[in-house]
Write a protein that binds this ligand. Structure first.
Ligand code: NAD
Length: 492
């Protein structure tokens, strides 16, 4: 690929070159190779997409759900046929390992499969005789045009937490991918076009802040799904709501895992290392702080340090590599700075992954797994989202202290407990203030048929992505109360 590879928008069933004044480079973060250019599309192009989607809405919503899902069945098959190519593209533009990219696309496809159940999932309710001769029913109708604004860290998956459900429910759609990773969405839209969705039903607009603001302000756009950092999530939620839209905005995270002395240490360290260092720590469900309780401290610390040191870091396309590059060089420098800040706040850099030399990829945006020991629980690093392969270790004496630490944070995306005790597990599940809980699980990612439940500053809104929550988000309820007196009808 080269600079000739300019990302296109897809509007009203046609590929269009943007009229953007500014383009950004798309760069492979492991090799520093320039892979293409992405336009920062102006508001006028969002307007065109919104108009196309609004025009397509009436006919699409009148298409029976059983017919609408035929497009999704086709899409599912096309995603399977192009699975390796999509996974490869994710690794090329995002840096994660090819195995992680395959996992990402599998999760994406599972959402398409789940949305194919829409004829049943969007059924309404009916009560006969709520009063003598009067019936009441509730139907679910699509909201209109919906849009997704996506982050960089899952270029293929995140849009599928929303789009398949929105389309299956009869909405039309606009996708604004992250400007850092636009290549995968170009390929996915080729498949959407091949699946034959009627023109205007699915639209793609590349861009940055201007495109986002245009979506938030456009009166035809009725629903916004956002995934990204907390400050932007808060902004999206506020501006979208002020414009009368329904908004679900998933934000950042700082996920704690708690290790009790009765945990299976071999399994716990293996799983924790995968959670903290998988996707180079750039997962909103990455373990970021490990809180050891009592005697768990010594065994866990030794084992996790060993796991960090031995993790193979390199180019994500090499099958033996266990951890890839960060998204870019700014991110690498930001993470290195935060490691130093942790040390300045009193932590010991037990495993230092800064400034690694990765053979053949000396120009890549790499940081190796890093462990900060005895992190100050009251310091900033214990609470700041690092979004890199850095695990902080904190020690406490009781499970109550550990839960108090978990609940003291601003985020609530995920919290995990490692233990052999059912009673401790139940206490944790009951008391931990996070929307996704793992018990002897390191990445508690909900399946497509469960909501992706962030809490606190990790989520703004009421209904999450995936499953039934998505169906509720992409439909509005209409309640009908009916009376049909016999005397008004012709007798048959
Ligand atoms: P980001 O917030 O920088 O960008 C996300 C999207 O918002 C992009 O499409 C970007 O173009 C747009 N955007 C950025 N700044 C904007 C602004 N000022 N005004 C309007 N739009 C703007 O996030 P990112 O760096 O791409 O992604 C990483 C973040 O996403 C992390 O904080 C991570 O925890 C979070 N994340 C959360 C979840 C979750 O489920 N809660 C999942 C994945 C990622």
């Amino acid at each position: 690929m080269s600079t000739d590879n300019v990302m296109l928008n897809y509007v009203n069933g046609a590929w269009r070159q943007s009229r953007a004044a500014e383009y950004l480079d798309v760069v492979n973060p492991a090799t520093a190779e320039l892979m293409g250019k992405v336009p920062l599309s102006p508001a006028a192009e969002v307007n065109e997409a919104a108009q196309a989607a609004a025009a397509a809405f009436d006919s699409w919503r009148r298409t029976p759900a059983t017919e609408r899902i035929q497009y999704l069945f086709k899409l599912k098959n096309l995603l399977e046929d192009n699975f390796e190519e999509l996974a490869r593209t994710i690794t090329l533009e995002c840096g994660k390992t090819i195995g992680e990219s395959r996992g990402e696309m599998r999760r994406a496809i599972e959402n398409v499969e789940t949305a194919c159940g829409i004829p049943m999932m969007m059924q309404g309710d009916f009560s006969e005789d709520i009063a003598r001769g009067i019936d009441e029913l509730m139907i679910r109708q699509p909201v209109g045009v919906a849009a997704a604004i996506c982050p960089f860290n899952f270029p293929g998956m995140i849009v599928f937490w929303f789009m398949p459900y929105a389309l299956a429910c009869g909405n039309t759609y606009i996708v604004k991918p992250s400007e850092k990773v636009p290549l995968t969405m170009q390929k996915i839209f080729k498949l959407l076009a091949e699946a034959g969705f009627p023109k205007g039903v699915v639209n793609l607009v590349n861009g940055g802040k201007e495109a986002v603001d245009a979506l938030l302000d456009h009166p035809a756009v009725r629903a916004i799904s956002f995934v990204g950092s907390t400050p932007v999530a808060r902004y999206i939620y506020g501006r979208g709501a002020a414009n009368g839209k329904r908004v679900q905005a998933q934000g950042g995270a700082k996920n704690p895992i708690v290790v009790l002395p009765d945990a299976d240490m071999e399994m716990t360290t293996r799983i924790t290392a995968d959670s903290a260092f998988g996707c180079a720590g750039q997962r909103c469900l990455a373990a970021s702080v490990a809180v050891t309780v009592g005697e768990a401290r010594r065994t866990f610390t030794e084992a996790i340090a060993e796991a960090a040191v031995s993790r193979i870091t390199g180019y994500g396309l090499d099958e033996n590599v266990q951890m890839g590059a960060l998204i870019n060089w700014q991110s690498r420098d930001r993470v290195a700075k935060l490691i130093q800040q942790g040390a300045d706040e009193g932590a010991k850099v037990l495993v230092d992954g800064r400034s690694p030399t990765i053979a053949n990829y000396e120009n890549g945006a790499f940081i190796r797994p890093t462990i900060l020991q005895d992190v100050n629980p009251a310091g900033e690093i214990a609470r700041t989202e690092i979004f890199g392969p850095v695990l902080s270790l904190i020690h406490v004496n009781t499970i109550d202290e550990a839960i108090a630490f978990v609940n003291g944070g601003q985020y609530g995306n995920m919290a995990c407990l490692f233990t052999g005790s059912g009673a401790a597990a139940r206490k944790f599940r009951y008391e931990a203030q996070a929307g996704n809980i793992g018990i002897n699980i390191g990445v508690a990612a909900p399946m497509a048929f469960f909501p992706f439940s962030g809490w606190k500053e990790s989520f703004f809104g009421a209904l999450h992505g995936q499953g039934r929550h998505a169906v509720e988000f992409f439909t509005q309820t209409k309640v009908v109360v009916e009376r049909w007196p016999r005397e008004w009808s012709r007798a048959f």
